[in-house]
Design a protein around this ligand. Sequence first.
Ligand code: NAD
Length: 393
Amino acid sequence: MEVIWVYFHNMKVYYLSDIRSTDEFLPLFWSKLEFGELPLGQPAETILPDVRVVFGAGKRETIASELRRLGLSKALVLATPQQCDAALEIAEQIGALAVGVFCKAEMHTPVQVTQDALAHVKETQADCVVAIGGGSTTGLGKAIAYRTDLPQIVIPTTYAGSECTPILGQTENGVKTTLSDPSILPEVIIYDSELVTTLPVSMTVTSALNAMAHAAEALYAPDKTAETTAMAIEGLTAFIEGLPKVLQDPTDLVAREATQRGAWACGTVLGQVGMALHHKLCHTLGGSFDLPHAETHAIVLPHAIAYNARAAANDLQPICDLLGGNNSGTALYDFAKKMNAPTALRDLGLKEEDLDRAADLATTKPYPNPQPVTREDIRALLQAAWAGDTPLK
Ligand code: NAD
């Protein structure tokens, strides 16, 4: 059997290819382990708690048993207003284990919404949250867990990957801040491929590119390891192979599950290594210009990667290997166009006169990035991304 990569945990070694055939496994958060030059089987420690991850069509049916396994009996089910039906369905399915449904999750996790939800937690005496939705709903669950330490079961319905990270971004008075804490990481993630079939095709594409962005930046992260790189490549491969199949038939559960496994790999590396220019630009454009999250990631990704390919072409070579071509940024641009992704920030409502301020905001504070960040170069990158032009090399 081909060994794809290895997990260390409590002195045991797990081969992903061995456990991949089962639809349930306990992924072991390995990248915070002290790998160094350790030979196989040496003891290692993790600073992150284990997270139980379940894949499979119809696996939402196991929520009740997951709750019982954790000794929980009072779940507050969370969703956005758009996915309230899905939340109500889950509440009905788990019956007496649900104490309420809160359908007000919003993008960028406004603190006001969290406070509203916390009032429901108190009123219902909930002992856990069950979040069904994309990164916005997951964000609300994380915000509650951060403040109360309540356990979370997350049922992701996009590819954003927030469920895999101990990172919480939240907004208050128009300012988005990010923090990280072990309490933010969910206890259980259930990837049910049936639930992602309702994701509109356009959102499927942009959300997939959002996930791929985590993996792409993980390839040149200063704190990357051989294992995070392997996982990033695994995530990219899952989308590059799986997304065309999903677009051909959005109800193809095998292809949907393959892309969800990709989302898990991409989200996990996001939580394990530092991100750079691409995430900085998207954070700026989302936080200060209110651009939609996944679409912004989809448009900026080829430009940010082409920019960093000037200094990190070797690190980014896996993208060329997977997509063809000799520049990872233009390869991603061509892939995105083939998948009918949006390519121009102007189509998201960003005004050309905003580009100067965006360039200022994205370059005021220094951060690690393979290619040195200059205001002039970032302004040029943003101009190309705004117009939908081929990335500047
Ligand atoms: P989202 O959660 O905002 O979802 C977008 C819309 O699509 C919502 O209306 C949602 O209800 C709907 N939707 C989601 N799944 C659906 C489905 N299967 N069928 C029908 N409709 C569906 O979008 P997102 O891109 O998943 O999340 C974006 C948010 O997540 C942002 O706030 C971003 O900052 C955050 N995020 C955080 C992290 C992290 O690690 N902290 C990582 C990635 C994203």
